[in-house]
Design a protein around this ligand. Structure first.
Ligand SMILES: Cc1cc2nc3c(=O)[nH]c(=O)nc-3n(C[C@H](O)[C@H](O)[C@H](O)COP(=O)(O)OP(=O)(O)OC[C@H]3O[C@@H](n4cnc5c(N)ncnc54)[C@H](O)[C@@H]3O)c2cc1C
Length: 300
């Protein structure tokens, strides 16, 4: 076998899988296959001048590469079971929170020290919400910010690069089941492994659907939330963002019983476009301090 474990996708899912495997068992031979570029080579060609909109690069530097979709994000890590996934359904709420705190610890130890952890615990804002027929979801949120998020990813890569074999610009085409393991098929070469972790995020969702069909693995679709971008002067929301940074406030509409909620707040942030299979979504990222930094990287 070429590797003990092959991981497909170098987003947070893939990176933390690799991190855990090699730290728990340094003898393991682990490989990570990633469609996109290494972190320092990730650059979106949109410069707002010569190139104003998406030119559909072979691999999208916003969505792909070391760090995955959120590499240039605002670096908000929510520690909660109230939203952002259903891990607790598999391992229980307390264990899920423990793991989120564990990830937070890793981020802090890799350059995130000194960043702020906001929390809804004990906030008067909860009462104000209830008085207005709104419900504030419980969460703590670590705000790394775009610049620190990048540093954390860089440090994680530097720590992993000698322990893990990274294959960048290497989209995995298919996975074959062998008698005692798997064969990971790339464009030019195939690699065998005992175990295979597929962690390809949203940009790889169509591909993973096809793989599951081929391997007879059942799939199910998650709910899709539709977002509306609302831009207001930062001062309007400062009473919330200063205290909580990001808040998830839920409202149930009276006429149709639809649930609506706020998400992804980004005071004084910039906007980047996420392109997933031709569907564009605007995401907030960065504060003014880091806009210049993003501009240099061609991201904003
Ligand atoms: C602009 C932006 C801002 C965001 N801000 C936040 C935030 O502040 N807080 C937050 O919690 N979340 C945020 N998100 C969401 C967050 O980034 C994702 O939830 C997270 O990246 C998911 O991690 P993942 O590892 O599952 O997948 P991804 O990060 O999508 O990583 C999957 C990786 O797999 C690779 N891949 C796909 N197919 C293949 C293949 N066939 N072969 C090889 N590689 C493949 C992709 O190139 C990608 O790098 C943001 C997202 C964006 C786009």
């Amino acid at each position: 076998m070429d590797f003990d474990v092959s991981i497909i996708g170098a987003g947070p899912g893939g990176i933390f899988s690799a991190y855990e495997l090699v730290n728990k068992n340094p003898k393991l031979k682990v490989a990570v296959f990633e469609t996109g570029h290494p972190l320092e080579k990730r650059k979106c060609p949109i410069d707002g001048d010569k190139i104003k909109s998406c030119i559909k690069c072979k691999t999208c530097s916003i969505m792909s590469g070391f760090g995955g979709a959120g590499a240039f994000s605002d670096g908000k890590y929510n520690i909660t079971n109230d939203f952002g996934g259903t891990l607790f359904e598999y391992i229980g709420k307390e264990h899920a929170l423990e793991l989120m705190r564990y990830v937070d610890e890793i981020n802090l130890n890799h350059g995130g020290k000194g960043t702020k952890l906001y929390s809804t615990a004990g906030t008067d804002f909860k009462k104000v919400c209830i008085q207005n027929d709104l419900h504030l979801l419980d969460a703590s949120v670590r705000h790394l910010g775009t610049d620190v998020n990048y540093i954390v990813l860089k440090n994680l890569y530097n720590e992993l690069k000698d322990k893990v074999k990274f294959f960048f610009e290497s989209p995995v085409k298919s996975i074959k089941v062998l008698e005692k393991g798997f064969e990971v098929v790339c464009d030019e070469k195939s690699y065998t492994c005992k175990k295979c972790i597929v962690s390809v995020g949203r940009s790889g969702s169509k591909w993973v659907e096809q793989i599951c069909r081929e391997l007879d693995i059942p799939t199910k679709s998650n709910r899709v939330d539709i977002g509306v971008r609302v831009e207001l002067p930062a001062e309007v929301f400062s009473s919330i963002t200063d205290e909580l940074y990001e808040s998830k406030i839920v409202y149930c509409t009276q006429k149709y019983n639809d649930y609506v909620r706020t998400f992804c707040m980004n005071p004084k942030g910039a906007v980047v476009n996420e392109n997933t299979n031709g569907i564009f979504k605007s995401c907030y990222t960065a504060n003014p301090k880091t806009r210049k930094y993003l501009k240099n990287r061609g991201i904003y």
